[in-house]
Design a protein around this ligand. Structure first.
Ligand code: COA
Length: 172
């Protein structure tokens, strides 16, 4: 499945065998790792990329897509479906290679995945947790229609610091 975006040069498509080198090239970056959960590795090397490609399409209720810009993989966007009492919630996440930052790529990519999830009717709540030191990601979420719900004080331990996170949500 391919998801088109508002940027004609940018599409979302499933992760696949052969993406490992591009993942390592763009994801092996402390500035990216610093803003993601503990499941995102650093250093990000070929074995970690192999593991990612092997599991990316395993859960049928979750979705993980590679972001392709003019045919080149430059990042990823996805959403992990909740379970049990959280089954109507899906958790949004994304990252982009640093050389592509500041050009509206993630706004196009995350906006397209959000629209896809809303259209699917599968979830009552799309949510995203952003670390307090990440205003660029908050801006992306605001631009694609997520609403800032509140601050989760001292909810995250990352890079040796105990920090606040900010909860954003989209209720279709
Ligand atoms: C956050 C990230 C996805 C943004 O991707 P991007 O393609 O550069 O984002 P866009 O260009 O679409 O939009 C960024 C917006 O943030 C704004 N921005 C950037 N730095 C900012 C800052 N320090 N303070 C406030 N706003 C900022 C930009 O001006 C832009 O808003 P605008 O269009 O209104 O001018 C990218 O930097 C990234 O991958 N970071 C590391 C991983 C990460 O943070 N993932 C998200 C975890 S919640």
């Amino acid at each position: 499945m391919i998801i088109t975006t508002s940027n004609p040069d940018c599409i979302l498509r499933p992760w696949r065998e052969g993406d490992q080198a591009a993942i390592v090239c763009h994801a092996n970056n402390r500035k990216i790792w610093r803003n993601l959960t503990h499941t995102f590795p650093f250093p990000y090397t070929i074995p970690e990329a192999n593991s990612w490609v092997a599991i990316a399409n395993a859960d049928p209720r979750s979705i993980h897509m590679a972001i392709e810009l003019r045919g080149e993989v430059c990042g990823g966007v996805g959403s992990v479906a909740g379970r049990g009492i959280s089954q109507a919630t899906t958790d949004f996440g994304y990252w982009l290679g640093e050389s592509f930052w500041g050009r509206g790529v993630m706004t196009a990519a995350a906006g397209a995945l959000k629209d896809h999830l809303v259209r699917s009717g599968q979830f009552a709540r799309l949510q995203a947790t952003v670390f307090a030191w990440n205003p660029a990601s908050m801006r992306v979420l605001e631009k694609i229609g997520f609403v800032r719900e509140g601050v989760l004080c001292k909810s995250v331990t990352k890079d040796g610091e105990l920090i606040d996170s900010v909860m954003y949500a989209c209720i279709p």
